[in-house]
Design a protein around this ligand. Structure first.
Ligand SMILES: NC(=O)c1ccc[n+]([C@@H]2O[C@H](COP(=O)([O-])OP(=O)(O)OC[C@H]3O[C@@H](n4cnc5c(N)ncnc54)[C@H](OP(=O)(O)O)[C@@H]3O)[C@@H](O)[C@H]2O)c1
Length: 278
């Protein structure tokens, strides 16, 4: 590895290490996040519901990158998920929280799924996001360093037919993340909302096949490894990366992510006149 790459890796590890916690780590975008942060030398806490996929990812990360790996088998939609996670992680210093779990397992019109099932998506995408951001974010702010990535969706930007609760809960995460960016950016903690559209993940392919979408198995889709690389590079420049639109905005024009950053800064300054700057 070149000196330049060594320095970049040391900077990343120093800023976001020693442990990364990936909520929803076992496949797709989450497993790609774990690979790329382990490649930078971060130890990984892997969280998902399916133990055997976590075990095989653990072996692969330990073998390939020589990092420590803790697995936590936990349903993040359980009411006490964050408390259990905190007990399992103990005193480990989590410098990078990546909240990735949060796909919609129901994809239906609002009335075609029962309210209790929607409540489980609500907890997964709001309550547990809130509680994990609060617990691990507090420790990061106290240390004056760290990072939080909330994996979101274009659906956060407005309502979508058959994605009502998904859209609503992703909007919660987006607005919370942008507010935390405004509160923590001068306190050493980076926050990034990663808003993506359809990505080539096992969950997405299975969903498309289940819904009988033509070419579901072969359709060309953006790849998780490319998106994760962009997200990790964008983390210091939060609060929001909209993929792929932000990469395509013409020179001299503000991207959607740039415009959202301006909105957060301007609105925070305006609000401060009425609610104070503390
Ligand atoms: N793929 C896309 O096209 C797409 C598009 C826009 C946004 N996104 C966002 O990207 C993120 C990742 O999506 P994905 O396609 O990789 O699928 P996903 O279904 O969200 O699964 C990702 C990971 O989360 C875990 N997970 C799911 N539900 C969980 C739960 N209740 N408790 C604990 N772990 C859970 C899964 O493992 P287990 O099943 O073993 O628990 C897996 O490791 C999501 O937030 C999604 O909203 C994806």
């Amino acid at each position: 590895m070149s000196d330049d790459n060594n320095n970049k890796q040391a900077d990343f590890l120093g800023r976001y290490g020693p442990w990364a916690l990936v909520a929803g780590a076992s496949h797709g975008i989450g497993s790609e996040f774990t690979r790329q942060v382990a490649a930078q030398g971060l130890n990984c806490i892997l969280v998902a519901r399916t133990e055997d996929t976590l075990q095989s990812l653990k072996s692969s990360l330990e073998g390939e990158y020589g990092v420590k790996v803790l697995i936590v088998t936990q349903d993040l939609s359980a009411p006490d998920a964050a408390a259990r996670l905190l007990r399992a992680t103990g005193e480990r210093q989590v410098g990078l929280l990546i909240y990735n779990a949060g796909g919609d397992p129901f994809i239906s019109q609002f009335l075609n799924t029962d309210a209790e099932s929607w409540m489980s998506l609500l907890r997964l995408n709001t309550q547990t996001v809130l509680e994990t951001s609060h617990t691990y974010g507090k420790r990061m702010v106290e240390r004056g360093q760290g990072g939080v990535i909330l994996v979101g969706s274009h659906a956060a930007l407005g309502g979508v037919r058959k994605l009502g609760m998904y859209s609503a809960t992703k909007a919660f995460s987006l607005n919370l993340g942008e507010s935390l960016w405004a509160e923590w950016k001068d306190r050493g903690v980076d926050v990034l909302n990663l808003l993506i559209s359809t990505v080539d993940t096992p969950m997405m392919r299975e969903t498309m096949q289940r819904l009988n979408i033509p070419d579901a198995a072969t359709m060309n889709l953006p790849q998780a490894d490319d998106i994760v690389r962009l997200a990790l590079a964008a983390l210091p420049n939060g609060p929001t990366l909209v993929h792929p639109q932000d990469l395509e905005s013409p020179d001299g024009e503000l991207s959607l992510g740039d415009r959202r950053r301006e909105h957060v800064i301007n609105k925070s300054a305006e609000a401060a006149m009425f609610i104070g700057r503390d």
